[in-house]
Design a protein around this ligand. Structure first.
Ligand SMILES: Nc1ncnc2c1ncn2[C@@H]1O[C@H](COP(=O)(O)OP(=O)(O)O)[C@@H](O)[C@H]1O
Ligand SMILES: [Mg+2]
Length: 313
């Protein structure tokens, strides 16, 4: 039973975030341009697969202006994450996972609701929250011509770390994540995506965050790198007490790693429990053991499209 005195790392309280407000595009509201016909956009180039294509646009080729559509990326979401927990957010592409992480990490403002991180309001005191957290996005950016070591030393300076000790620490973290000695000194652009993802995690660890937000940390990794990253996540939690919130498409990962899992679909949390608790909710008719995949299908009516095809690049 939870009570009000519980130690929370994150509290998300009835939070919503929409993109693409409805209404006329701004240029139609300018008096002089009221009757100007703008060239029609044929609408072919803006699928929303990349997560950023939902900005209002005029005309989409089927006679319906896409700016009429509002996307509710996060829809009245509430949950708590306890200190020291590994909490998973599982859901299909476009479910709202990354938006939720951006809201927690002070990169986006919610339309309504409240988020606190270690009891600090992320909207009112972003500067107090930022030193406590770190986020690794799916598409982490680097100086591609520089090596992992140089990228991390640069990161370390931004966190106010310097000196010989830092260099030692950087090499240690990179080695722990399974990077070979020689790749530590080679340009990032020569590394696989899996390796780059590990460097991104290593960089996030430099600031010793109390809360680590990992947005699909293992998407696109080969099975071995995946296991290495998962081992680091587990170790961080067990040995350093770091609270971790991670998003994933991978049911097995969620089951193995997370104390609790929230299933998110179309901006809403449709279920939240321990992996075992979730599985108990669904009975498998053919008698075989229920998997989180079955739970997801039963709750959303959808198959969890995953990105495994990228895994062996
Ligand atoms: N910056 C943005 N502008 C407009 N729409 C966005 C933006 N970011 C995300 N969206 C939309 O919000 C929805 C949720 O996206 P996202 O949070 O990236 O989902 P997920 O990480 O689960 O794949 C999607 O429909 C996406 O297209
Ligand atoms: Mg995402």
């Amino acid at each position: 039973m939870r009570n009000v005195f519980m130690d929370y790392a994150i509290r998300v309280m009835d939070v919503s975030k929409k993109f693409g407000k409805p209404g006329e595009p701004f240029w139609k509201r300018l008096p002089l341009l009221k009757h100007v016909q703008m060239p029609e956009n044929n609408g072919n180039g803006h699928g929303n697969g990349n997560g950023h294509a939902a900005a209002p646009q005029e005309g989409n080729g089927n006679g319906k202006a896409s700016h009429d559509k509002e996307i509710v990326a996060v829809d009245h979401v509430s949950f708590d994450v306890e200190k020291g927990e590994i909490f998973g957010v599982l859901g299909p592409n476009g479910g709202g996972k990354s938006t939720l992480i951006r809201l927690m990490s002070t990169l986006l403002l919610p339309d309504s609701g409240q988020i606190t991180v270690f009891d600090i309001d992320v909207v009112r005191k972003p500067m107090a929250v930022q030193p406590l957290i770190n986020r690794v996005s799916v598409e982490a950016s680097f100086f591609k011509k520089l090596s992992p070591l140089e990228n991390l030393l640069y990161g370390a300076r931004l966190y106010g770390m310097a000196g010989k000790e830092t260099r030692k620490q950087v090499v240690e973290i990179l080695t722990r994540l399974g990077l070979e000695k020689r790749s530590i000194y080679n340009p990032m652009e020569e590394m696989s995506r899996g390796m780059q993802q590990k460097v991104a995690i290593a960089r996030a660890l430099l600031s010793h965050p109390r809360l680590l937000l990992l947005d699909e940390p293992t998407t696109g990794l080969d099975p071995r790198s995946k296991r290495e990253v998962q081992a680091v996540v587990r170790e961080l939690c067990q040995e350093h007490g770091t609270t971790i919130l991670l998003t994933t498409h991978d049911m097995v990962e969620a089951e193995n790693l997370c104390g609790r899992v929230a299933i998110m679909d179309a901006g809403k949390i449709v279920a939240m429990d321990t992996p075992q608790g979730l599985k108990k909710r669904v009975h498998n008719e053919n008698g075989s053991e229920t998997t989180l995949e079955d739970v997801f299908l039963a709750l959303t009516g959808k198959q969890l499209a995953n990105k495994e095809e990228e895994a062996n690049e």
